[in-house]
Design a protein around this ligand. Structure first.
Ligand code: RFL
Ligand code: PHB
Length: 404
C-alpha cells in the first residue's frame, strides 16, 4: 500500500497487469476505459496530479468519430447534454466572411463543441466509478525490455520505487513524454516543421461573438473565435514566438483580437476579465513507426498538429480506436493482425490530418518571411474557396473528420 499523495487515496500497485498505459491525458484514459470495458486489465501512470491535468485548457472541437467513440466508452452522457452541435463554421479573410455549411457539404455530418477539460473530467469520473487504477504523480517512469516478450515498467510514487510487469505498454504521454524517447534513434524516423509563430489564447465568461466558430485570416495575423458554452468564450490571436503571457494584459488582448477580425465581428465583441491566458507554439510532427516491440505510441506522443484544424485530440481518439480494437482482438481471439497493422493504419489517417492542419495554418496565418507573393497566394486560396463548392467540400469533409 502506498501512502496518500496530495489528495490521492492510498492505492495498491499491482505487480502485473495486461497493459501499462503511460500518460493520463485523453488518449491514456480513453484507452484505459475501452480496455476495461472489454475485460482487459490495465494501469494508467500519470506524472502530474489530477488537478493539474484538469487545469490545462486545450481542445474544443470533437469530430463525429470522437463523439461516437466517447459514447461507446460510456462517457457520452454529459457531452450529449451540454455539448454544442455545430453544423457550420466560418472562414474570414480580412473583411470578407464565408460560411462553410458542414452538414450540407458532407451529407449531414457535424462537429461537437465540448472542451477537452470536460472530456478528461468525464473519463476520470468513469475510471473512478469502475474502479480503474490511475496512479498520479508517478515519477521517473522507465520502460524496460520492450523488444522482449516480458516488458516491465518502473516508476516512483513518493519514496517508493515500483515495478509492474505487463504484456504491452501504451505510450500515451504526449509530445514531451518518456515513451517515444525510449525508442532507439535508429528505429524511428521523425518529421517536423516548426512555425515561426504561436497562439495566445484567452478564456473568459462572456457570450461568444458569433454562434459558430470563426477562423480569421488577416494581414495582421490569424485569430480564432471559439467557445465552450453560450456564456464562455475561447479566443486566440497569432503571436510571435518571443512573446510572454505576462506582457499581455486582458485589455491588450481584446484590442489585438478586435484588430485581427472583420470589422462587423469586432464591433460585436463582448469583452471581460480572463479566466486563463496561455501561449502555445505551433508545430507539425510525426514519428514513424508508432510501434517498437511491445510499445505502441498514441496521440501527441507520436504526432503533433498545429491547432488550426482542430485535429490533435481527434487524432488521439482515432489512434485509440485502432489500438483498443487491436489489443482486444489479441486478448479475445489471439488475433495479432490488428497489432501488426496498427502503425500503418494510424499513420495513414495521421498524415491526412497533418496535411489539412498544415493547409489551414499556411492559408490563414501571417508568415513574416513569405512576402507579398505569399500574401497573394493566401488571397487566391480564399477566393477559390469562396467560389468553389468542390473546395468547400474538401475543407468540410476534413474538418468533420475523415472516416476511421
Ligand atoms: P496529452 O494531453 O499531452 O496527455 C499526455 C499526458 O501524459 C503525461 N505525461 C507523463 N506521464 C507519466 N510519465 C511521463 N514521463 C509523462 N510525460 C507526460 C502528461 O502529464 C499528460 O497528462 O496527450 P494526449 O492524451 O495524446 O492528448 C492529445 C491532446 O491533448 C492534444 O492533441 C490536443 O489538445 C490538441 N488541441 C486540439 N485538438 C483537437 O482535436 N481540437 C482542438 O480544437 C484542439 N485545440 C489543441 C487545441 C492543443 C492546444 N495546445 C495548448 C497545444 C488548442 C491548443 C491551444
Ligand atoms: C478551442 O476552442 O480551443 C479550439 C477550437 C478550434 C481549434 C482550436 C482550438 O481549431
Amino acid at each position: 500500500m502506498t501512502p496518500a499523495l496530495s489528495g490521492q487515496k492510498p492505492v495498491d500497485v499491482p505487480a502485473r497487469t495486461g497493459v501499462v498505459i503511460v500518460g493520463g491525458g485523453p488518449s491514456g484514459l480513453l484507452l484505459s476505459q475501452l480496455l476495461h470495458l472489454a475485460g482487459v486489465d490495465n494501469v494508467v501512470l500519470e506524472r502530474r496530479s489530477r488537478a493539474y491535468v484538469l487545469s490545462r485548457i486545450r481542445a474544443g472541437v470533437l469530430e463525429q468519430g470522437t463523439v461516437d467513440l466517447l459514447r461507446k466508452a460510456g462517457v457520452g452522457a454529459r457531452m450529449d447534454r451540454e455539448g454544442l452541435v455545430h453544423d457550420g463554421v466560418e472562414i474570414a479573410f480580412h473583411d470578407r466572411r464565408l460560411r462553410i455549411d458542414l452538414a450540407d457539404l458532407t451529407g449531414g455530418r457535424t462537429v461537437m463543441v465540448y472542451g477537452q477539460t470536460e472530456v478528461t473530467a468525464d473519463l476520470y469520473a468513469a475510471r473512478d466509478a469502475m474502479g480503474g487504477t490511475v496512479l498520479h504523480e508517478a515519477e521517473d517512469v522507465a520502460l524496460h525490455d520492450l523488444e522482449g516478450t516480458q516488458p516491465f515498467v518502473t516508476f516512483r510514487l513518493g519514496e517508493t520505487v515500483h515495478r509492474i510487469d505487463c504484456d504491452f505498454v501504451a505510450g500515451c504521454d504526449g509530445f514531451h513524454g518518456v515513451s517515444r524517447q525510449s525508442i532507439p534513434a535508429d528505429r524511428l524516423r521523425q518529421f517536423e516543421m516548426v512555425y515561426p509563430f504561436g497562439w495566445l489564447g484567452l478564456l473568459a465568461d462572456v457570450p461568444p461573438v458569433h454562434e459558430e466558430l470563426i477562423y480569421a485570416g488577416h494581414e495582421r495575423g490569424f485569430a480564432l473565435c471559439s467557445m465552450r458554452s453560450p456564456t464562455r468564450s475561447r479566443y486566440y490571436v497569432q503571436c510571435g514566438l518571443d512573446e510572454r503571457v505576462e506582457d499581455w494584459s486582458d485589455d491588450r488582448f481584446w484590442e489585438a483580437l478586435a484588430a485581427h477580425l472583420p470589422a462587423d465581428i469586432a464591433a460585436r465583441l463582448v469583452t471581460g476579465p480572463s479566466i486563463e491566458k496561455s501561449i502555445a507554439p505551433l508545430r507539425s510532427f510525426v514519428a514513424e513507426p508508432m510501434r517498437f516491440g511491445r510499445l505502441f505510441l498514441a496521440g501527441d506522443a507520436a504526432h503533433i498538429v498545429p491547432p488550426t484544424g482542430a485535429k490533435g485530440l481527434n487524432l488521439a481518439a482515432s489512434d485509440i480506436h485502432y489500438l483498443s480494437e487491436a489489443l482486444i482482438a489479441h486478448y479475445r481471439q489471439g488475433d495479432e493482425g490488428g497489432l501488426a497493422a496498427y502503425s500503418d493504419r494510424a499513420l495513414a489517417r495521421v498524415w491526412k490530418a497533418e496535411r489539412f492542419s498544415w493547409w489551414m495554418t499556411t492559408t490563414l496565418h501571417r508568415f513574416p518571411d513569405k512576402g507579398e507573393f505569399g500574401a497573394r497566394m493566401q488571397q487566391a486560396e480564399f477566393d477559390y474557396l469562396a467560389s468553389s463548392r468542390a473546395a468547400q467540400t474538401t475543407l468540410a469533409e476534413n474538418y468533420v473528420g475523415l472516416p476511421y
